[in-house]
Design a protein around this ligand. Structure first.
Ligand code: UD1
Length: 434
């Protein structure tokens, strides 16, 4: 298995191109199931999760074709992919595939809406909490679906004539359940109102794509979304929005190492809360015409307290990276995780690098230390693993991060993007390790 080797101590200087958002690309690809006509997605990142979802969709019968590079495009430019779900052959999403990525469960919405039934395995995905699917089930029932759970599968059937609009009120904000109900409602008869909807930019991006396909949706980006069902959706082209988590991750890496980096092709509006926190730590954050510039002296970092919240609050997907940053602050930082109950697996690994972190339920107390020391560490989930990379960038000596397949799920060409800015980081293939 591959490892990443980092020799800490270098500042980051230069430009990092930000890829299309993984968390937008996945629901957008799934939206292709809603129409018999082609959905063309631009700026799709080259990630393991995207490749896996391509396999899952093709298992249902979706054809996808990659458009070759156009003039001016290079290997850092996102891909353009055509998805055509004109001939769906299978309404079953099997355990072997769904268990590898939780988001693939979301196919249940479009399949049920367009074909009247679906059989989808209960999901797996990152081990960061129990992550049940109760909101999906109650939401789809509100649209008239009959749902049973049998042998690890969710069996869903629409009433005669298809799903019907209804009122869906989520007890807690859920990104995936909002995506799924919004997609299902586009083809339901009548109006659906989604209350306590997720307001994440990826929900708005999906709504914009669905509207380009002919859906009638209002209020995406607020906590109440109204969808009026239409008979069918049609072909469209949509560009995946920039990845705010990748943006925030590199911003924190620069804050950690010191230096001056412009994050290109992204927008501050996607992660205002995280950028505000970075400013409070003493880092200079400014907007440019095409991105965000992060400047840091590499000197003292102030300790700042953070609580993760649904958008527009501080994202749970940046919690581990921020914790890595706070291991080098000059004080004590309190980090509360309110979205997932088991999202502190990076704590034990950061401790191996010399971090001082105490855990008490959903609260981590991080006492800054003057120096981290390189060590072998293990990636445990997608965002946790990149926090170890950030810590490794300032640790003295060598840090080896193993199980990097977690990183490949969500970060495109991480080593290349960082090493172009001066980091001493390289991937060592499994062969080379022996
Ligand atoms: C998405 C993101 C993930 C991010 C998370 C929260 C993608 C592909 N993944 O995950 O990166 O960390 O949002 O911003 O976009 N819940 C229930 N019942 C349900 C559904 C959810 O109790 O039926 C709970 C979850 O256990 C969790 C909370 O709701 O505690 C939020 O989860 P949710 O927003 O659904 O996360 P995902 O959509 O899976």
């Amino acid at each position: 298995m591959d490892k990443i080797k980092i020799v800490g101590g270098n500042r980051l200087n230069g430009t990092i191109p930000i890829s299309g958002a993984k968390n937008a690309a996945l629901p957008l690809m799934i939206a292709s199931l809603l129409s018999a006509e082609t959905l063309t997605l631009e700026n799709v990142p080259r990630l393991r999760d995207v490749a896996l979802l391509q396999r899952i969709l093709s298992n249902h019968g979706v054809n996808y074709t990659l458009v070759g590079k156009r003039p001016g495009e290079d290997h850092l430019t996102g891909q353009t992919i055509h998805f055509n779900a004109g001939e769906i052959t299978d309404l079953v999403a099997p355990y072997e595939l769904v268990s590898q990525m939780r988001a693939s469960f979301w196919v249940i919405g479009p399949l049920l809406a367009r074909f009247g039934e679906a059989k989808v395995s209960l999901p797996g995905g990152c081990a960061i909490g129990t992550r049940p699917v109760d909101f999906f089930i109650s939401g789809l029932r509100q649209l008239g679906a009959r749902i049973e759970i049998e042998a690890g599968y969710v069996l869903a059937k629409a009433p005669e004539g298809g799903l019907v609009g209804g009122r869906v009120t989520f007890p807690k904000v859920s990104v995936g359940a909002t995506h799924t109900i919004m997609m299902a409602a586009t083809l339901a008869r009548g109006e659906t109102i989604i209350e306590n909807a997720a307001r994440e930019p990826e929900v708005t991006d999906l709504a914009n794509c669905l509207k380009a396909m002919g859906a009638r949706i209002e209020g995406a980006g607020t906590d109440t979304i109204r969808v009026t069902g239409v008979e069918r959706l049609h072909a469209a082209t949509h560009r995946v929005l920039p990845d705010r988590i990748e943006t925030g991750t590199y911003a924190m890496a620069v804050a950690m190492t010191g230096g001056d980096v412009t994050l290109e092709g992204t927008s501050a509006t996607l992660l205002q809360a995280a950028l505000d926190v970075l400013r409070q730590t003493g880092v200079d954050v400014s907007e440019t015409a095409t991105g965000i510039r992060i400047r840091s002296s590499g000197g003292d970092l102030k300790a700042v307290d953070v609580t993760t919240e649904p958008f527009p609050g501080f994202p749970t997907d940046l919690q581990a990276q921020f914790m890595a940053l706070m291991t080098r602050s000059t004080g004590v930082s309190h980090i509360r995780e309110t979205i997932f109950e088991n999202r502190f697996m990076h704590v034990a690994e950061l401790a191996r690098l010399g971090a001082r972190i105490a855990l008490d339920g959903d609260l981590a107390t991080v006492e800054g230390v003057a120096q981290l020391t390189g060590a072998p560490v293990m990636a445990t989930d997608l965002r946790a693993s990149v926090s170890l990379v950030i810590a490794g960038l300032v640790a003295s000596g060598e840090t080896h991060v193993s199980r990097v397949y977690h990183l490949d799920r969500g970060f495109e060409r991480l080593e290349e993007k960082l090493s172009r800015c001066g980091a001493d980081i390289e991937r060592i293939s499994g062969e080379g390790m022996r």
